[in-house]
Design a binder for this molecule. Sequence first.
Ligand code: GH3
Ligand code: MG
Ligand code: MG
Length: 391
Amino acid sequence: MASELPNEGTASATAVAAAPDPAPASTPALAPALASESAPESAPDLTAGTTPAAAPSQHRILIVDDHEDNVELLRARLEARGYLTLSAADGEEALEVAQREIPDLILLDVMMPKVDGIEVARRLKANKALPFIPIVLQTALDSAEHTAEGLDAGADDYITKPINFVVLEARVRTQLRVKALIEEVERQRNEILQISRTDGLTKLDNRRHLEERLDEMFGHAKRMNEPFACVMCDLDKFKSVNDTYGHQAGDAVLAQLAAILKREAREIDRVGRYGGEEFMLLLPGTPVDAAVTFSERVRQAIEAHTFTFEGGTLQRTMSIGVAAWPHPGISTADALVKAADDALYVAKETGRNRVVRFDGTEFNAHSSEGSHDGQQQHHDAGAAGVGGGAG
Ligand code: GH3
Ligand code: MG
Ligand code: MG
């Protein structure tokens, strides 16, 4: 059957003949597409000898052509080379199939009724929800303007009709290679982004990412008029873990604590490491009462937990400050964090291992004593303060 394909150059004939060829016999409809012996694509194929009919993994190629016979011929050739195929008979169908099936490559006829190939390329490339899908135009030999227009519309390459299959396959491989490269760059980009947002020890959000999320979530809460809570936590007497058992034991405690916070939080909450042994939780849709209840559950879970490290176990407790919007004194994300931090400070001051809500009874009783004059005092006072649940 290979002999029926007059556009196969002699240089590629061996490779083509060696492959099973389920292509149907030429029909009148195909004749114009397969007529010429002198197509520029008939150049010697350097890859023919090294790429026999080996299946190039299961890439899916969408073939778009309003001539059914052309579709069938291309389908047969590509499937014989191990590709999976989809097809569409006009531009509208092409758009629909491409967006539904997300093929790995589109072989796109230009001249089609209703929506032509150029418009299909333009619309698919404009759809930011789609991944990179290479588009190879099938253009008539005498339509340089169409070819240029198609490439300008976003198509990635073109092949002229009559189609030389060896060149077509090479172009397909090239485009799939480009796609693989783009996907690899994308994968690495996501990996780096992920690393830049994550705390290495606990795998929680780091402070930078937490603060980005905070602005975003607080802005959303205000727009939707939904409550939004911020919970600040700090391990009690954590320095003594390092001092007594070593830094590695301290690290093990922090990692286990992070796992507890993650476990207690909902999927939609953000849990992050704000500083050394300070953690912040952002709870969307959560009024202050619910945030206090949640925090109390977390406090109990930590109090009940036995932390393990190489060579021993220990108990620890945590102090927690809670603030939430709406509150008359809180209109910015910074004010929300400061309110939660002030509440945490009071929890430390009033004995540790407790949950204190900003502007609550305990908070105000303590504040009216006038002892809170800034964050600097926080740790100093803590270090000299009442013992928590040191184990
Ligand atoms: P308080 O109850 O007042 O919070 O007392 P504390 O000892 O927990 O607080 P302080 O701020 O005095 O000490 C915090 C300690 O946390 C000191 C520091 O060495 C330790 N730390 C901070 N980051 C890490 C870390 O990544 N790993 C380990 N092992 N320790 C850390
Ligand atoms: Mg601490
Ligand atoms: Mg601290």
